[in-house]
Design a protein around this ligand. Structure first.
Ligand code: SF4
Length: 271
């Protein structure tokens, strides 16, 4: 079975202590069984883990992982090596989509180093590996991949007909009612308060970023969330004022990484 990834995938490198939005702050990090077995042999690690429900690191009051030191580096890596990280920490910000005959791996936009790669590179897929489990493509998968190839050839502007009839400030109100991680997201949504143009009528100042964002959303979400969701996400990010990299990163953390928020948007805005 072939493993596909965007061609920028191999360029990813965590910027660690230079990261302004460290992924070890604000997220509850669950620990897989194999890694937990090792942590149970280390008293200085296990006493900072909650074993209730799914085992996870007990965050400090400011939301920091207890092993993130004051130089914003990970003490588990420093003391035990990267191979002792739990699977979520090893994988982040990668995501995987599984099809019958192929696996696709990408970098999530929520990471600022990944966001740079996603927005600075035109999207193109390449094979980055093969495992020894050959599997035939199903008819459904063939049809989906053909459809998706067609979508990759389109611009988001040419698909604006899939957007709902909604004004930008009304859409911002829907987003304000969703669960959130960072109060700064509220401030960003507030900047849309006086924008009463129809979402469909928005024109992009930087269409190259819109296209790369759109391709990212299509690659990650098309098979589950549908084309209208990918177009809506692209339009919403591109409507926000300010730095497109930071807006995209924040949108991803607040919306893309919450199944509940995605569901609400699909139900309340797109259905
Ligand atoms: S968000 Fe990305 S760049 Fe920042 S610490 Fe996490 S993996 Fe590294």
């Amino acid at each position: 079975m072939n493993i596909f990834a965007p061609d920028y995938y191999k360029k990813f490198k965590c910027i660690a202590d230079k990261c302004r939005h460290n992924c070890c702050i604000g997220w509850e990090i669950d620990i897989d069984g194999e890694t937990l077995s090792f942590y149970q042999t280390q008293s200085n690690i296990i006493n900072k883990i909650s074993l209730e429900d799914t085992p996870h690191f007990i965050q400090e009051k400011n939301g920091r992982c207890p092993f993130l030191n004051n130089r914003n580096l990970c003490d588990i890596i420093a003391n035990h090596g990267e191979e002792r990280l739990c699977q979520i920490c090893r994988d982040h910000p990668r995501f995987r989509n599984f099809f019958e005959s192929r696996t696709e791996i990408g970098l999530g936009l929520t990471c600022e180093a990944a966001a740079r790669l996603i927005l600075d590179n035109d999207f193109s897929l390449e094979i980055i590996g093969t495992d020894d489990q050959p599997a035939a493509q199903t008819q459904e998968e063939t049809e989906f991949l053909e459809f998706r190839n067609g979508v990759f050839k389109r611009s988001p502007e040419s698909l604006s007909f899939t957007l709902p009839e909604i004004k930008l400030n009304e859409l911002a109100k829907v987003f304000k009612r969703l669960e959130r991680l960072d109060p700064e997201w509220d401030d960003l949504l507030d900047t849309l308060k006086n924008r009463n143009e129809d979402l469909k009528d928005v024109e992009f100042d930087q269409p190259q970023y819109a296209k790369r964002l759109f391709d990212y959303f299509v690659f990650r979400h098309l098979h589950v969330c549908g084309l209208d969701f990918c177009v809506l996400c692209t339009y919403f990010v591109m409507c926000l004022d300010g730095d497109v990299y930071e807006n995209a990163r924040m949108f991803s953390s607040e919306i893309e990484y919450s199944d509940q928020n995605i569901e609400t948007i699909i139900e309340k805005v797109l259905d």
